[in-house]
Design a protein around this ligand. Structure first.
Ligand code: BES
Ligand code: ZN
Ligand code: ZN
Length: 498
């Protein structure tokens, strides 16, 4: 898929060329851009002077070479002012450019790597950002439409043209691509309809990952859950025809099973709300209620590929949330794996129930640190919108580590408070230790606080991705639908963990 070519542009004979263009008056007066301009007898410089070719951030210009070069077209990617460029800006503008690959049917293209380098972005950073962004921006969910007459073009080869090859360049390009690809796999899981992705299917997917990367795997069946006393996951599954699964993957890269990072992902394959039934318009889209599970599986894929020296246990509680004569009801009291009893006030607050047992189980598997990811509340969308993930944590240092990772991946995370008063509200029940829905006020905080009751003293970060896991509009780095959010941040967090 990838190739690194040292040397001149003339030797490259693929379809098109991506060129980075900073907003700079001396654009074509030195380096690779100068060589390019020479091939056009100085015409590029003239275009730039006439403002017909601009390096403004997010400006993408397609130039047909009309036989002057072996490539048919050049796509100039505006990078803006060198000093002002951020990784987010870099991802967006290059993503916007890479979105042209499909409509232009580019099967082979090159990237003039050195043109993207600046004082703040070195070649290594630029290389991995480019391959990651290409994978993300190029993603498409095909779904189940009967094939049209026009076949999609497969990208066969991407050539990185550079004069300054480094030893690790190849590795970085691959790693970036793996980050993007794993995110795409998470996106596809989330986009898959609930009838075609049940808890059993999700378990099968995890089994395939385990086979591929040699993870230890445990899949608890309904009978196992009953034996172990996972009353919270079982309660949510009560109304369903589909059996529940507790999916566990273990990755051990240290000699001892110590410093174990637990990744816990909500795997509700469809959420009707149960007897606290969602209004009909809110039920649509609830196939995506396993976005947390998808992010954890995506992160495990990256971990399996890149083999960081860490210990990780991934725990995914999975079921759908349905209605029947057997289903869980408001007023019911259930007993979780931890022994804590829970009064059900709202069967639509099912995510925190399945996560309660999963968090306890992750601890039983030796997790010393916990990160849970879940499409948990509508409240987080009201609070933060669709581009920010809401967080809660009982440990400032751990949260800070996560925040650093999420800054690298440009997935915005904002921490909510979790006070003693919040805990009292979650503990407010006449008949049980906890209640699962203390009311609308601050309910993203309530949901997180509830999960914190099961994390107890274990350092823990909670991520509510209800707003970020799906987008109704295409972005520069992906189409509408699932975003695969937190796949990259979770993996980055694990890889950088200390
Ligand atoms: N799966 C939903 C949260 C959700 C809402 C995800 C919108 C994606 C988009 C969750 O299980 C839920 O129903 N939460 C309730 C909690 C309430 C009953 C306390 C909510 O947020 O309304
Ligand atoms: Zn719900
Ligand atoms: Zn839900």
């Amino acid at each position: 898929m990838f190739e690194i070519l040292n040397g001149d542009l003339e030797t490259y004979t693929g379809d098109s060329l991506f060129v980075g263009l900073y907003d700079h008056p001396r654009n074509f007066s030195e380096g690779q851009l100068k060589k390019l301009d020479d091939l056009f007898q100085g015409e590029l410089m003239n275009l730039a002077k006439d403002q017909a070719l601009s390096g403004r951030l997010n400006k993408v210009t397609v130039l047909y070479t009309l036989g002057k070069l072996s490539v048919k077209k050049i796509i100039f990617v505006g990078l803006g002012k060198e000093k002002e460029l951020t990784t987010e800006g870099f991802r967006e503008t290059t993503g916007r450019a890479f979105k042209k690959v499909r409509p232009f049917k580019m099967a082979n293209f090159a990237i003039l790597l050195d043109s993207f380098i600046s004082k703040t972005f070195d070649i290594d950073q630029v290389a991995s950002l480019l391959s990651e962004t290409f994978a993300l921006a190029h993603y498409q969910y095909d779904g189940y439409k009967q094939k049209t007459n026009e076949p999609d073009i497969e990208v066969e080869k991407i050539t990185f043209l550079t004069d300054t090859n480094t030893d690790q360049l190849n590795q970085l390009i691959n790693a970036g691509f793996i980050y993007g690809q794993a995110t795409n796999h998470a996106r596809t899981l989330v986009n898959t309809p609930g009838n075609l992705l049940t808890a059993t299917d999700l378990a099968e997917y995890a089994r395939n990952l385990a086979d591929k990367y040699d993870f230890e795997i445990e899949i608890l069946e309904k009978e196992d859950l009953e034996k172990l006393g996972m009353g919270a996951l079982l309660a949510v599954n009560q109304g369903s025809e589909q059996p529940p699964k507790m999916i566990v993957l273990k990755y051990q890269a240290k000699d001892e099973w110590t410093d174990v990072i637990g990744l816990v992902g909500k795997g509700i394959t469809f959420d009707t709300g149960g007897y606290s039934l969602k209004p009909k318009d809110s039920i649509v889209g609830m196939k995506t209620d396993m976005g947390g599970a998808a992010a954890v599986l995506g992160a495990m894929e990256i971990i399996g590929e890149l083999q960081p020296k860490q210990n990780v246990v991934a725990v995914i509680p999975s079921t759908d949330n349905m209605i029947s004569g057997e289903a869980l009801k408001p007023d019911d009291v259930i007993t979780s794996l931890s022994g804590k009893t829970i009064e059900i006030l709202n069967t639509d607050a099912e995510g925190r129930l399945v996560l309660a047992d999963a968090v306890t189980y992750a601890k039983q598997h030796g997790a010393n640190y916990l990160v849970d990811v879940a499409t948990l509340t509508g409240g987080v969308i009201i609070a933060l919108g669709n581009d920010k993930t809401g967080a809660l944590s009982n440990d400032g240092a751990l949260f800070d580590q996560f925040l650093q990772a999420s800054k690298k991946t440009d997935e915005f995370v904002w921490r909510f408070p979790c006070t003693e008063k919040d805990k009292q509200r979650v503990r407010g029940s006449d008949v049980a230790d906890l209640n699962n829905s203390p009311g609308r006020e601050g309910h993203a905080i309530m949901a997180g606080t509830f999960i914190g009751e099961f994390a107890e003293d274990t350092p823990w970060v909670h991520l509510d991705i209800a707003g970020t896991s799906v987008t109704s509009k295409p972005t520069e780095i992906g189409p509408s639908g699932a975003t695969g959010v937190m796949t990259r941040s979770l993996a980055q967090f694990v890889i950088d963990f200390q």
